[in-house]
Design a protein around this ligand. Sequence first.
Ligand code: FMN
Length: 322
Amino acid sequence: MLPPILQNLRIPVVAAPMFIVSGPELVIAQCKAGIVGSFPALNAREKDGEAPVLDTWLTRIAEELDRHNQANPDRPAAPFAVNQIVHRSNARLDRDIEICHRHKVPIWITSLGARPEVNAAAHDCGGIALHDIINNVFARKAIEKGADGLIAVAAGAGGHAGPQSPFALVQEIRDWFDGPLLLSGAIATGGAVLAAQAMGADLAYIGSPFIATAEANAPQDYKQMICDSGAMDIVTSSLFTGVSGNYLAPSIRKAGLDPDNLDSAGAESMSFAEGSSKAKAWSQIWGSGQGIGAVRDIQPAAARIDRLAREYAAAKARIAQL
Ligand SMILES: Cc1cc2nc3c(=O)[nH]c(=O)nc-3n(C[C@H](O)[C@H](O)[C@H](O)COP(=O)(O)O)c2cc1C
């Protein structure tokens, strides 16, 4: 049984948090269109001495969704989520936890480290905590440390993807865990959302297709490159962050590097002190998962979600006839 906060979505989809790309505009559009919207807390950045931008963003999101709900009681907005990077180099973590707790953030997504006190803070303000993992060992640890649910990040995902097939990952987790399970990695159509459920996941977790939306905070060239590329254009490398991640080969070529001959870098070089583990020198190297062959145009997020909903309904009807 899913926690109430994850029930009654228009389609079983949580939009994944993306560094730089996901901000209040995108989150508000996603929630209004009926799926969970999310952003990494580290995207809300202020200059030294300024008031925390995270505070302003959370107030804006709550107010705009509230206004939407009052005007549209028949189709209320979905809840939103905030992503916390639980890594020793994230010096803002305690402050960001305090702000999210004060704003009673309903869904907390934690990445990289499973820490009981982050889950406790989520629970204390009435929220739930979902932790992302790339294998069954990390999955068990996350639940032991108090996460309510898991996000299985399988092969082909954007960002720090895992190496495992979604079939293998979901089956191993479902062997012992019957709580909320989200699946991510190259899910870009309504049919793939239904496939994730058929495999045993409750919800799909979708990132890259939302880069090519009007509300995404990404350069136009990046959005267009998502539309023009497919799975063959995605390369996996540890060079840019110290951990294996998936990137658009054309952006690597544009930066003067050969995507087929990249050096690797060790995990010790990973640092979130600047908000991302990607050094500024690599800011033009653009991340993406393998599912973007399904994305042909830059659209408003609502149009992308309408299409997912139509495809999801069509896939259900198709399967019912088998
Ligand atoms: C450009 C980009 C930035 C990302 N940044 C983050 C991040 O800051 N925190 C995080 O937990 N995951 C991040 N991710 C991973 C996504 O949350 C999600 O796991 C992934 O996008 C799902 O795969 P898909 O892109 O194939 O849909 C990022 C992914 C992309 C493509």
